[in-house]
Design a binder for this molecule. Structure first.
Ligand code: PMP
Length: 390
């Protein structure tokens, strides 16, 4: 970064000094949040083609060229991208923009809930292990129209009118491709990770309401941009009304940046090694391979099982490359896996946050290379210690 006209390093939290080479003693490996900095090296390689310069007078208005605070050009490129990757059907569907898919999660719950106060509230549910925000948002907004009812396994698979089920596919934290569990529920498909980076693309997703985010696609989590693809016009209009009341749409600056990023991606040759999909997949595959190899030599820890699968985007069978490791502590005395890891100098996300047992903890594999290398070093030390004890 530039400070007072000089280039200075933006160091990882565990390093300091002019060239970020001094390790901060005792610093813990941060594998907690899903900050997608693994994509930063790709954009460094494409700095010029992805740069945006905005003159002071440009895009000052509340209005956009499209209706409802939507830029027509960006919407068109989102449709092009899905058809290029083959991961979602957008023909004849409506598209809504949000400040990250985080904003769209509650917009979708609102839109699928009954709009008459005479009806009983919709029950919002997800399957364990689930992404925490579905619960925290639903509880926090504390609406009369919907309530968090917990996990699908407690619902007995009943016919579920007036239920809203979150289906995260691939799942955060365990990377599994998922289907709804309840019959007859309204489904919100969260496809944040349904990109060739993290998963085999099996077929274009065709859910009634699907969420995507630029955060896990290009890595620009800080731009706060997500979109929903919606079949039903009534649901679409209710989402728009939520966004109109809530923020009056997404930052127009973010529209410009997102468009530039999508254009840079779409200009690339399909699946080429230096392309974003080639880069992201090979980085994630390598990280998973290294961690999996290390953990498979341990009796104390285990990981979710993942198999190579056919991917229509790459046109071949490809190795697993999940965004997160869903680590299990196997020993009776390691009941709190998060604490075991913390004592070993690793910050994870505890299982209970996903509605799961604390024998599990999530390790983020999508952070910077420094974060991942330190994670490997600390996991390596834990496994070595285990072997020395045996
Ligand atoms: N859904 C899932 C499953 C996620 O993992 C995340 C980010 N961690 C989000 C939604 C929200 O992403 P954003 O708000 O950055 O678009």
């Amino acid at each position: 970064i530039l400070v007072d006209g000089k280039h200075v390093c933006e160091c990882n939290a565990c390093y300091r000094g002019q060239d970020c080479s001094e390790f901060v003693q005792g610093c813990a490996a941060d594998a907690e949040s899903g900050d997608p900095l693994f994509l930063e090296p790709y954009w460094r390689q494409h700095a010029a083609s992805s740069a945006v310069v905005v003159a002071g007078w440009h895009r000052m208005s509340y209005q956009t060229d499209g209706d409802y605070f939507i830029s027509i050009e960006l919407e068109r490129h989102i449709r092009r991208l899905h058809s290029h990757v083959g991961n979602a059907i957008t023909d004849g569907r409506f598209i809504v923009f949000g400040a990250g898919s985080t904003q769209l999660i509650n917009a979708a719950v609102h839109a699928l809930s009954p709009n008459s106060s005479a009806s009983s509230p919709a029950s919002v549910v997800a399957s364990v292990p689930y992404y925490t925000v579905y619960r925290t948002q639903t509880e926090f907004f504390n609406s009369r129209a919907y309530e968090w009812k917990g996990v699908t396994s407690k619902m007995g698979g009943e016919v579920a009118a007036n239920f809203i089920e979150f289906v995260t596919s691939p799942n955060n934290p365990d990377g599994r491709l998922q289907q709804p569990v309840l019959q007859g529920s309204s489904v919100i498909y969260d496809h944040a990770y349904y990109w060739p980076h993290f998963s085999a693309v099996k077929a274009p997703a065709d859910g009634d309401l699907m969420l995507f985010t630029i955060s896990k696609l290009t890595g620009h989590a800080g731009s706060r941009f997500g979109w929903a693809i919606v079949k039903d016009e009534g649901v679409y209009r209710r989402m728009l009304s939520y966004l109109g009341i809530n923020t009056m749409g997404v930052s127009r600056d973010t529209h410009l940046r997102s468009l530039k990023l999508l254009k840079a991606m779409l200009a690339e040759e399909r699946g080429a090694a230096g392309s974003i999909f080639g880069f992201a997949f090979s980085t994630m595959r390598e990280r998973w391979h290294k961690l999996n190899k290390l953990v498979s030599s341990s009796d104390r820890f285990s990981l979710q099982q993942m198999r190579p699968e056919y991917c229509s985007y790459f046109g071949k069978i490809r190795d697993p490359s999940p965004a997160y490791a869903w680590l299990k502590c196997e020993k009776e005395e390691d009941r709190n896996c998060h604490a075991v890891l913390r004592a070993g100098g690793i910050i994870s996300r505890a299982g209970y946050k996903f509605g799961a047992d604390n024998r599990y903890a999530r390790l983020s594999l999508i952070r910077s290379q420094d974060d991942f290398d330190l994670l490997m070093q600390r996991m390596g030390a834990l496994v070595t210690k285990e072997k020395a004890r045996n």
